[in-house]
Design a protein around this ligand. Structure first.
Ligand SMILES: *Cc1c(COP(=O)(O)O)cnc(C)c1O
Length: 433
């Protein structure tokens, strides 16, 4: 494949945009090389600026669950744009999307729209603090909840007492209120709670994690979290920015049969436009301005263009619930195909899969948290990523990202992908680990 025009565009972008990108993972730092620039996309395919056609397993990092340029979404946006894109005054379509989302998602009465998953998680935590009157939160190493200060925290020297900033610009003052536990390790949560009695407002978690590859929660862990939260008057915040409207119409709460207290949304709920949201029961949402004292606002929040995309997307998912099963079956087919090739070539690997989320880790050990995910062999991952790209398959350019299948992918596309892996497998097997 030729990437001449993409390379030139990247050089030009770097003159004006830090790193040439508006979100770091796009820059290919984890895999080396230069990113592709996309010209257009349709269904399961990306067409880059050099005219290469690629099968897309990112789906814009999740939102495009029905494929690129899905006609009902495109039609809805086009029609709305002609009527004005934002007013800062209420519009009917905000209620239409709110009603539909609240009806699809279990355990929520009201929803507030924002413009990104970051905003949704940030606001959910503020609401939890306001509601409980407590300051500290627990998050899990390897879970991503957007780039607001409270979440850019790593394990400090004494993880039980303090987190520490993992980006310059995050203050120690902020970091001390975020405590870090280990995914799938209920004891690590219990220890933190014991050491911070009556100080914890919320536990925030990706109920199925997608930001350290795909990590599946053990049922005793996630059920145990629910029990601990109830006992200790801590709000359980499910960050369903990835899983919401992807694992099922009711998201992870529905498929895991667990009630969270506040749910954060993003990605699919915007149908490819910038939308985030957070939702909860009435008693919690009553704390939010203007009904209650917890402040939160947004100039472009709930704008009709974004709402029209979200409404078209959720309407389709609500009316065609078989799509979640169809996606899960495609993902299982891909899993089996990849596993067969890697096994045939004796390449050690672990594949984690849940619904339409899947990731391949080049390690022989089980991958169940951040530390076990970090054991994956990155040289092999880089060769895998670039090898697949050269075959026309676009995978996430980092071992710490889940793939997001979209329903435009056909079984022919999946067979093509598995055949591509077969083509590059001898090279992967040769990499010295
Ligand atoms: C993508 C993501 C976010 C952040 O959403 P943005 O729209 O990128 O701000 C938060 N949480 C999870 C689980 C995500 O995957």
């Amino acid at each position: 494949m030729i990437y001449k025009r993409s390379s030139a565009l990247f050089e030009e972008a770097k003159r004006y945009i830090p790193g040439g990108v508006n979100s770091p993972v796009r820059a290919f730092k984890a895999v080396g090389g230069n990113p592709l620039f996309v010209k257009r996309a349709k269904g399961a395919y990306l067409i880059d600026e050099d005219g290469n056609k690629l099968i897309d397993f990112i789906s814009s990092w999740g939102p495009l669950i029905l494929g690129h340029a899905f006609p009902p979404v495109v039609d809805a946006i086009t029609a709305k744009a002609k009527l004005g894109t934002s007013f800062g005054i209420p519009t009917e379509i905000e209620t239409d999307l709110a009603r539909l989302a609240v009806n699809m998602v279990p355990n929520v009465d009201k929803i507030r729209f924002v413009n990104s998953g970051t905003e949704a998680c940030m606001s959910a935590i503020r609401l939890a603090r306001g509601f409980t009157g407590k300051d500290k939160i627990i998050k899990f190493a390897g879970c991503y909840h957007g780039h607001s200060d409270s979440f850019l925290i790593q394990a400090g020297s004494g993880a039980v007492t303090f987190g520490s900033p993992n980006s310059p610009g995050v203050t120690k003052g902020t970091a001390k209120d975020t405590l870090l536990a280990k995914y799938n390790d209920l004891e690590s949560v219990q220890e933190i709670i014991d050491a911070n009695k009556d100080e914890i407002a919320a536990i925030i978690i990706e109920p199925v994690a997608g930001n350290m590859g795909c990590i599946i929660p053990r049922m005793e862990f996630i059920n145990g979290l629910r029990e601990l939260c109830t006992q200790e008057r801590i709000l359980l915040v499910f960050d369903e920015v990835m899983t919401g409207f992807r694992l099922g119409a009711g998201g992870a709460q529905e498929v895991l049969s667990i009630k969270a207290d506040i749910i954060a949304f993003g990605k699919v709920i915007g149908g490819g436009l910038p939308v985030g949201a957070f939702a909860a029961r009435e008693e919690i949402m009553a704390y939010l301005a203007p009904d209650g004292p917890v402040y939160q606002a947004g100039t472009l929040s709930g704008n009709p263009l974004a709402m029209s995309a979200g409404l078209a997307m959720l309407t389709e998912l609500n009316n065609n619930r078989g799509v979640f099963q169809s996606l899960a079956e495609k993902t299982e087919y891909l899993h089996m195909g990849i596993a067969k090739v890697l096994n045939n070539h004796s390449i050690p690997h672990r594949i984690n899969r849940f619904g339409s989320m899947i990731s391949v880790h080049f390690t022989k050990d089980e991958v169940y948290d951040f530390d076990s995910a970090a054991k994956g062999n990155n040289e092999r991952f880089k060769a895998y990523f670039h090898g697949m790209l050269s075959e026309g398959v676009y995978l996430p350019p980092s071992a710490f990202e889940s793939y997001f299948l979209n329903d435009a992918l056909s079984y022919d596309d999946l067979d093509f992908t598995i055949a591509a892996l077969e083509n590059i497998a001898p090279k992967l097997a040769d990499i010295i680990v």
